[in-house]
Design a binder for this molecule. Structure first.
Ligand code: ADP
Ligand code: MG
Length: 374
């Protein structure tokens, strides 16, 4: 369902926004980064009785960004979106959109729309009428809303489908109609709560690329805030990712930052497979694809010996689980460049050497360090 009030409220004109886009001189990315953030959350807290759903959340999202909130189920992502949209009021803290305080404003006064996973379209209405429905409710005239619905369907790459019924579209196309229904309100910030969660893997991957490319086209007008529990989805689509756990932020960064330099064990474990190793007092992690696995006897400067305890053949890659003589168990991912399934399976039980570059080890913040703070 799309919801919210669209652009009914008086906001400062964004430097790279709709107005500036046609003025031809000042739509530079630099101006956009100097402007107020699209979203600023300051120490937002939201509880439901005993449950602390969002716990002191502070966060900036830049104008035009594809920003993803990633975390396991129950980590507070939906609650955060609802506080941004105004469906819930924060217990404390502040919500600003483009520099304007929205903390106490009702949803229809916020320049925000939401796309949910469960996007029920009216089956008896045409696609165009579904898209224009919210505009009709707001009393917009027929000609204008038809024009806006047509534009919104073009934005989601479904031109010419307006006369069809929803059941004459595929699942992916219907999800794009749901997106058009939000875009038709011309929100400044689009909130997407696991919108692809109901689609099968192939279609989901196609839609990720599609949605990312739609966002690129619209990034001068609209900021995308996307919620998912799927790490691959977050890494593929986002400019930046915020990793949530238990209503708190664990880390905010680019997909590369989050994956290659996870801040702590939670992030390292939630985003990808991590191999945790200890070096003196430090805890470090090394990713499975960064480890070279050599046959015993191959020369290697700083390789560690171990035994292959498990082999998982995945087609394009094989995942080997190796128990090191010194104690840790590490997962190694190897591309099956010239390895057959039978070759891979033969590694089971063999003695091997594991080697990786020290620079591929990420140093983690550990809980014990935090506990030592006063
Ligand atoms: P996510 O979207 O990351 O799965 P939610 O924001 O939905 O997480 O939920 C965060 C926490 O708040 C969970 O413990 C959830 O059970 C609780 N919660 C969410 N909504 C409500 C509600 N309306 N009433 C009571 N508890 C809720
Ligand atoms: Mg949720």
């Amino acid at each position: 369902m799309a919801s919210g009030g669209g652009s009914a409220i008086d906001l400062p004109t964004p430097p790279a926004g709709r107005g500036a886009r046609h003025s031809g001189d000042d739509a530079s990315p630099l101006r956009a980064t100097e402007a107020a953030p699209a979203l600023r959350l300051s120490d937002v807290r939201k509880t439901y009785g005993e449950v602390v759903a969002v716990d002191g959340l502070t966060l900036d999202v830049r104008a035009g960004e594809f920003f993803t909130m990633l975390g396991p189920s129950g980590s507070g992502k939906t609650t955060t979106l609802r506080v941004i949209a105004g469906f819930e009021l924060a217990d404390s803290g502040a919500v600003e959109l483009y520099g304007v305080d929205m903390t106490r404003r009702p949803p229809y006064e916020r320049p925000v729309n939401t796309v949910f996973q469960d996007y029920a379209l009216f089956p008896h209405m045409s696609v165009a009428d579904n898209v224009a429905y919210g505009l009709r409710v707001r009393g917009m005239g027929k000609r204008e809303r038809e024009q806006r619905a047509k534009e919104a369907l073009e934005m989601v790459r479904l031109p010419g489908t307006g006369a069809r019924r929803p059941n004459q579209l595929s699942g992916g196309q219907r999800q794009r109609v749901a997106l058009a229904r939000a875009l038709v309100n011309r929100p400044r910030v689009l909130l997407l709560d696991e919108p692809l969660g109901a689609l099968d893997l192939k279609l989901r991957q196609q839609m990720q690329l599609e949605l990312k490319s739609i966002q690129r086209d619209l990034s001068e007008q609209i900021t995308f805030i996307y919620v998912t529990h799927d790490q691959d989805e977050a890494l593929t689509m986002s400019d930046r990712v915020a990793v949530f756990s238990d209503g708190r932020l664990e880390q905010v960064g680019t997909p590369g930052d989050i994956y290659e330099r996870p801040a702590n064990e939670f992030v390292a474990g939630f985003v990808g497979t991590s191999n945790v190793i200890e070096r003196g007092a430090q805890v470090r992690t090394v990713r499975p694809e960064k480890i070279r696995m050599l046959a015993q006897g191959e020369s290697a400067a700083r390789a560690l010996p171990g035994v292959v305890r498990d082999v998982g053949y995945l087609g394009s890659v094989t995942r080997y689980t190796v128990e090191l003589d010194r104690g840790e168990t590490l997962v190694v991912l190897r591309q099956n460049l010239d390895t057959s399934a039978a070759d891979a399976m033969r590694q089971l039980g063999r003695r091997v050497l594991l080697e990786w570059r020290e620079e591929d080890e990420a140093v983690l913040e550990t809980k014990s360090e935090e506990e030592q703070e006063p």
